[in-house]
Design a protein around this ligand. Sequence first.
Ligand code: CP
Length: 338
Amino acid sequence: MSDIQRFDDLADFSPERIAALLALAGRLEKHPEPEALKGKVLSLLFLNPSLRTLASFQASMTRLGGGAFVISPEMSIHGLETRPGIVMDGAAAEHVKEAVPVIASYGDALGLRAFAERRDLVEDLEDREYRSMAELVSTPLINMESAINHPCQSLADWKTMDDLGAPVSGGKFVLSWAYHPLALPLAVPAATIQMAAMRGMDVTVLRPEGFELPPQVMDKARSLAGRSGGSISETDDRAEALDGAHVLYAKSWSSTVHYGDKHEDYQLRNRHEDWCVDEEWFAPAEEDCRFMHCLPVRRNVVVSEAVLDGPRSVVVPEARNRMWVQMAVLYAMLGPGL
Ligand code: CP
């Protein structure tokens, strides 16, 4: 039995196990183990686009001596159907109900990316599509971003803050909504707020009215903060949020009051085009306050070029940390263990 069978949600792991994963990631970064996963195969099913997650998992397997293959709808000559109960008389000739167990059967573990449909908030909060596909898999499974979670991103973000020496107790973490022309999923903000809460930080969600994170997400984060000694608050006041901040993590997400209604969401978000992170935002923050973002990011839309190219930005090492922490997860899942 491997040390990790499922990597669905960082909140499934105790502080001790997260500390062990982060220590292992640091060790693998300094001391390569190119034979640790010799002969092991990671199957990857990406139902949505990716640069970092896909490339970093392939690199992770290669660095540990194993291999990976990827299947995505763009590659498939058959087309993939995900809807349950559908009459398959359209373009797609293969259903995930067969495709997922077949792809999983070729590897020792499966990585699955399935973004939110963004039609029904309850369905997305329950992560119904990811969970229904996870039920079809008997091998170990890694969440590569689902409707409401992105645990690999969060573990990399945690490592990035540790690398920077960002304070834990008394560390002030601001998760800010930022303008984007499209209604994006809630997965990264939901995963990020709980990660910072688990790390024991004082977390503030900064967002305009209509972009509040769902109560389920806030309640889960509050419960995690209660256990770690952190705290959770929410405001639309930028100066108040950033007062004394150590980290500003920007992300765009859908309006939760108009979830699934593209027209109303568009009308609301377009009133907030000024929510583009600029150097002025950092005036009330700590002098060395860092800028984080999971990437991809739209320059001069989500964040100014000056911030992104300046000394505050850690987005590239943050993305690189995806590889080290994922190597630790794979090592615990398929190799010698934690
Ligand atoms: N941050 C992240 O998951 O990037 P990709 O969508 O490019 O994988």
